[in-house]
Ligand binder design. Sequence first.
Ligand code: ZN
Length: 216
Amino acid sequence: MRIIIMGPPGVGKGTEAELLIKDFNIPHISTGNIFRELYRDKTTVGKIAKSYIDKGELVPDDITNEIVRNRLSKPDVEKGFLFDGYPRNIEQAEAFDRILDEKGWKLNAVINIQTSDELIIKRISGRRVCEDCGSIYHLENNPPEIDGVCDKCDGNLIQRDDDSQETVLRRLRIYYDQTEPVIGYYKHSGIMINADGSNAISKNHADIMKALGEMN
Ligand SMILES: [Zn+2]
C-alpha cells in the first residue's frame, strides 16, 4: 500500500497517519520529522531546513527531493509507505513521480483531509509540547494537570516555534498557495480520497478505510 496523506497543518493528518500505518504495517515517512532528526544530529542540511521551517516557509525542493530519494532506498519501503508532508508543490509531485517511476512503483491512494481555518488555528495555537519527553498536550482538549508542567515527567511545556498563531496563519497561506495545486495534480489520477477533518477521528478513519477498500 503506497499512500500520500495531505491536508493543512492541524487538520488531524498526523493522527490519521498513525492509524493507517498500523492497519497496513507500513512506515510513516514525514519529511518534517526527517528534517527535525537531521537538525538534532547537527547536520548542515538539518540547520538549513530548520531556518526555513521556523519562518513557516518550505524547505527548497532540491533538498527535500533528495531526502525522499534517500529514504526510498531503504528496505522497509518495499512493502509500501505512507508519505506525510510531501509532496508540497507541483515541482515536488513531479519529482516524486520520477522517483517512483525509476522503481516501477505506483501510488495506491492520495488522501486529502480538509477543514475550516478557524478550527485549525484553535487546534494548533493551543498545542503544548514537553521539552523533555515530547508528550503533546492541548490547552482545551487535553490540558496537563498542572499548568505548564508535563504529567508524565514534570518537564516544562512549551509552544513549538512553528505552532504560534502568526506562524500558523503563514503556514496555512503557504499551504493553500502551493499545495492546493498538488491536489489538482492528483485529482485526475483517480486515486484521490477526500476526508472531512472536522469529523471525529474514528469516523474519519472508518470513512477512509472504506474508500481504500473500494479502490484497491
Ligand atoms: Zn514530559
